[in-house]
Design a protein around this ligand. Sequence first.
Ligand code: F6R
Length: 247
Amino acid sequence: PVTVYSDQKAASIAVAQRIADLIRSKQAAGQKAVLGLATGVTPIRVYAELVRLHKEEGLSFKNVITFNLDEYYPMKPDADQSYVTFMNENLFDHIDVDKANVHIPDGTLAPDDVAAFCLAYEHKIEELGGLDLQILGIGRTGHIGFNEPGSAPNSGTRLVTLDDLTRRDAARDFGGKENVPTKAITMGVGTIFKAREIILMAWSAKKAPIIRQAVEGEISSEVPATFLQLSDHVEFVLDVDAASQLT
Ligand code: F6R
């Protein structure tokens, strides 16, 4: 299903509320909530609202386990552009999550260690019973996580090469495209698909063409987000601008 909100703020508050409801219902049952998280500009206001719910409404993250979708490779965790820095600044440093429960792909691994790390990442998610909720943004290439065009529907966590358009879109953060890493470690399309609930968010007219393809286009690995059409537990949460090219 597609849900369209008047603006990004209203949509972000609604998504944060769903995350909070999940955390609270798991808490009430004495269980952990396992969340799949995304970086980028899209979820920033969701995280800001979760921080507000923590500070003002007593939402606790003590029973929350998180797995981030991706990280550039190579990437030092303390670099400004790392997804570790992003998550700390936008969410983790402001809530009561146990940092031992936070998982982000490791951008510092030696090349020979990447494959084993990726398998272990998958196993950890499975051992915890799988992802309860995965939140996603979408890249202009149609990527989810960093599953660029050509990604297989059953792909797992792995090292990938970033699309040129993705590197151009990241150029500002790195002070030029030449400084953007050419690779990343990402959860696979298959990893994402196994989540019990998936919310893909997109804001602004810049995302309208790729949202049209993702929601209405032919299902193809050329636009990995189209694989989400095959799932019955995906919701596309859009602002009016991102939804503006849907028929
Ligand atoms: C980030 C991620 C990416 C982004 C996508 C959109 O962890 O996996 O797929 O969600 O590139 O980025 P923004 O939100 O910056 O437009």
